[in-house]
Design a protein around this ligand. Structure first.
Ligand SMILES: NC(=O)c1ccc[n+]([C@@H]2O[C@H](COP(=O)([O-])OP(=O)(O)OC[C@H]3O[C@@H](n4cnc5c(N)ncnc54)[C@H](OP(=O)(O)O)[C@@H]3O)[C@@H](O)[C@H]2O)c1
Length: 323
């Protein structure tokens, strides 16, 4: 397999499981949504999901999902057939700049739709960006949020909107605040393999002293573990143990990749050496995730996460004889 292509799903990870497979509806079957869906399908779940294009719909159907093209700015959630039947709802559509979360624009209708169905569990995928700059301090979920960017303000409003919406409903509701997401097909290794230069924004992010990140396998673990507990309005940070700067991650990825694919060695994907490291931001704590949900991270650091991605490339190359 060529570097940068996501491998087929591995065996399901160990995590707390609901007693029997349900029906998951994923609103926004992107990187995380697809990873979760593939694994639930492998465990006998019925999985429905939305996307924004007909081409993507076909891809999702090939996996065995009931897929729908759904534009949150135009389509009505109540018209999604799976809304009547789904037992679990994963919300992965980000807020729209200048608009906010379009799904929340009609509170009463949405609440009625959720009440009329079979829903037991709802999870909104958020971001650690809601904490803003905390001067390099460790922050947990009790930290008063201070979103400084417009996107983070909209994200926090969406968190509140979803939690308020389910307040009067009898179901478990979770907000997972995710660090920067990486995994097979989306990582520093993939950036290098595709010889992509970093955008100016990425370079600026790279100069931060601390960067929260999480491997998609551990997001999946957190989601599954949350299904095993009954809880309303619960927020969890989903990040690894190692908030290393992006420059360090890229240097490690370069060193890994150079050993195996010397022709992919390049400076273009790396950090801009002129960027100064900005002290501050925050270090996000995952203590609650470990203590309350019992999650044991598969990849506590980017090191094992990236190594596992490289290992999967090598395993795939060996079986296809393309080393
Ligand atoms: N990337 C990160 O590092 C990061 C970090 C923290 C939090 N998050 C957030 O965590 C969630 C999951 O992340 P991800 O990386 O899996 O996201 P992703 O790959 O970008 O997936 C987002 C999904 O939302 C759908 N979508 C976007 N705009 C839409 C609209 N107007 N109407 C309907 N659907 C729409 C996309 O449709 P298509 O599939 O058709 O494109 C896609 O399925 C997202 O909300 C993301 O913003 C991301």
């Amino acid at each position: 397999m060529a570097p940068g292509i996501a491998p087929k799903p591995a065996a399901p990870l160990m995590a707390a499981q609901p007693k029997k497979p349900g029906h998951m509806l994923v609103l926004g079957t992107g990187f995380v949504g697809r990873y979760v869906s593939e694994r639930l399908l492998a465990q006998g779940w019925q999985v429905s999901g939305t996307c924004t294009s007909a081409a993507k719909k076909m891809e999702l159907e090939k996996l065995g999902m009931n897929a729908s093209v759904f534009d949150a700015t135009r389509s009505n959630l109540a018209n999604l057939h799976a809304m009547q039947d789904a037992t679990h709802l994963l919300i992965s559509i980000p807020p729209i700049p200048g608009v906010g979360d379009p799904l929340l624009s009609s509170h009463n209708d949405l609440q009625r739709t959720l009440t009329d169905g079979n829903l037991q569990w709802l999870c909104y995928l958020s971001s650690t960006g809601v904490y803003g700059d905390c001067g390099g301090a460790w922050v947990d979920e009790d930290r008063v949020v201070n979103p400084n960017k417009e996107s983070s303000k909209l994200r926090y409003a969406a968190e509140e909107g979803w939690l308020d919406l389910v307040d009067e409903l009898d179901l478990s509701a979770f907000v997972l605040r995710l660090g920067g997401i990486y995994g097979p097909g989306r990582s520093a290794l993939d950036t290098i393999a595709k010889r992509k230069s970093l955008s100016r924004t990425q370079k600026l992010r790279e100069s931060k002293q601390y960067t929260a990140r999480i491997h998609v396998a551990d997001i999946y673990q957190a989601i599954m573990a949350s299904m095993g507990v009954r809880s309303a309005r619960k927020i969890y940070n989903v990040v690894d143990d190692d908030p290393a700067p992006r420059a360090e991650v890229f240097a490690f990825a370069q060193s890994l990749i150079e050993k195996i694919y010397p022709d992919l060695a390049t400076d273009s994907a790396g950090p801009d050496s002129q960027d100064r490291i900005i002290a501050g931001e925050k270090r996000v704590s995952n203590a609650r995730l470990k203590e309350e949900l019992g999650v044991r991270l598969v990849h506590p650091s980017y090191r094992s996460g990236l190594q596992s991605i490289l290992d999967s490339w090598l395993a795939e190359s060996t079986t296809s004889g393309k080393m």
